[in-house]
Design a protein around this ligand. Structure first.
Ligand SMILES: [Zn+2]
Length: 486
């Protein structure tokens, strides 16, 4: 039995309504018993509700504008050209919680952290790092453990719930073996399953779950929570965002037209890539399902129409699959999942400012707020919609209304957070994802970071007689030295 200090279980895409729904159906029983009934609970407000920015906000304690991860794709200027690429661990500008704990002398295991690749982005003293689902290659750090355990870890394409269950079973086995072996001070494990499954089967949110293997997937995670809750003094569960069926959408194209822009330029490549992604990679998780989807007459007809519509005013060529250069557009969005993107990137400041003024007019109509941010010569607009709204784009030429009725499932900005351990109050709070790292460090009694922007009353009071450390500076130096000696 390990007497570790802290375990954090990440449940990608889980929300309170979903937890209570699953509990009503008798799934996640242990989670209820060991976590939900005791300790601190919170609605965790995640803005933007996209996986890479949100997890990195949770673990750095600073907002995306500071840690640098704004979505899946990054836009940057090089030799006067505007380029697009994918974020990596090297883009993260602040230390993550596991690194802060390592600076304080703790040992740990980190599993499936979004943007784990490459290793050089991390300070890994006394830690094991197991690759994540976005990583371009499979790895375990240190190498000696990779040879021994990599066979347990494979997140690939699953042909059925059963196959998915078996893969997750192996992953959890491997994780527990490493954990047993090393007896670390902390364990951070992120499960992408809820998000993946919800994207493909949104009926999980509304209807009963009848598939036995799907139930077993949730039971595996539930069992893992039970095991871990006994081994660590503090147990936290957290999600990077929730999931929601939206009935209202803000038509972003209509707003851009109001700004004097032609949104068709925005979506020429991006929307097409998104559509192709949706048809292929989004469901590639279950090739059998993809086959059913693509071969269904309704789907084919729907996509034929959508693609025809796009083709009508844009013209369809081969879609870019990875890094590509594009100097023709003045503004961009993350093509990976624009429905959740809260950032619009502009190449010219005046253009962004003009749009900002126009967007501002809809604050308190459909936006809570609109922010302007400048990042590395790119000008960014961040509209924050009210919780019941998502964004929509298609058919820019025929838009008359700003708010349109819709019926889509998407990430939602309300996630979960729980913390159980000595002295954690049994209360419900509303917090922001930037508050999670400070809160955990506070309860573990470690110095808080000097760069934290703490809004939480429970932590704020205690701060008056608390040490702070500039972990960022320490981290940069320690990481450099660490890799020099390896
Ligand atoms: Zn996510």
């Amino acid at each position: 039995m390990n007497n570790g200090l802290l375990s954090i279980i990440g449940l990608d895409g889980i929300s309170w309504p979903l937890i209570s729904r699953l509990n009503r159906e008798g799934i996640l029983k242990n989670y209820y018993k060991y976590v939900v009934r005791t300790g601190l609970k919170a609605i965790n407000i995640c803005i933007p509700p996209i996986t890479p920015p949100s997890w990195n906000t949770i673990f750095t304690g600073v907002p995306p504008e500071k840690h640098g991860i704004l979505g899946f794709s990054k836009f940057f200027k090089k030799d006067g050209n505007l380029l697009k690429g994918f974020y990596s661990s090297l883009d993260i500008k602040y230390p993550r919680l596991n690194e802060v704990l390592a600076i304080n002398g703790l040992s740990g295991i980190v599993f499936n952290y979004p943007l784990s690749y490459p290793l050089k982005g991390w300070y890994l003293k006394n830690q094991v790092l197991i690759y994540d689902a976005f990583s371009p290659r499979r790895f375990i750090y240190p190498k000696s453990l990779e040879n021994k355990y990599i066979r347990y870890f494979y997140y690939g394409e699953y042909h059925s719930f059963k196959e998915h269950y078996e893969a997750l079973h192996r992953v959890i086995d491997g994780l527990l073996k490493i954990e047993n072996n090393l007896q670390p001070d902390f364990l951070i494990a992120i499960f992408r399953e809820p998000d993946n499954l919800l994207h493909m089967h949104p009926w999980i949110m509304t209807g009963g779950i009848t598939n036995e293997w799907l139930i077993k997937i949730f039971e595996l995670i539930d069992e893992f929570i039970k095991l871990v809750s006994r081994r660590y003094l503090y147990l936290s569960t957290v999600s990077d965002h929730g999931f929601h069926i939206f009935k209202k959408a803000i038509h972003l194209n209509r707003l851009l037209i109001e700004c004097g822009l032609d949104p068709s330029t925005l979506y020429s490549e991006d929307l097409k890539t998104m559509m192709l992604n949706f048809i292929s990679s989004n469901v590639s998780f279950y090739p059998y399902l993809r086959f059913l989807l693509i071969s269904s007459k309704i789907t084919r007809e729907n996509y034929r129409r959508i693609l025809k519509n796009i083709a009508k005013f844009l013209g369809i060529r081969e879609a870019p699959t990875s890094h590509f250069k594009d100097t023709t557009k003045d503004y961009f969005m993350d093509q990976y999942d624009p429905g959740d993107s809260y950032y619009i990137f502009f190449t010219k400041r005046e253009l962004r400012d003009r749009c900002y003024n126009q967007f501002k007019r809809y604050v308190r109509v459909c936006f809570k707020d609109v922010e302007k941010i400048d990042i590395n010569g790119i000008y960014v607009l961040k509209p924050i919609p009210y919780g019941n709204y998502t964004f929509t784009f298609i058919k820019a030429s025929k838009i008359t209304k700003l708010i349109v009725n819709t019926f889509v499932h998407h990430h939602h900005q309300y996630g979960i957070f729980t913390l159980k351990g000595s002295q954690t109050p049994n209360k419900f709070h509303i917090i922001n994802n930037i508050d999670i790292s400070p809160l955990i460090l506070y309860y573990l009694n470690y110095p808080l970071a000097s760069y934290f922007n703490i809004n939480l009353p429970i932590v704020q009071d205690a701060l008056k007689n608390r040490d702070t450390k500039n972990y960022k500076t320490i981290w940069r130096i320690k990481r450099k030295i660490f890799w020099k000696h390896i």
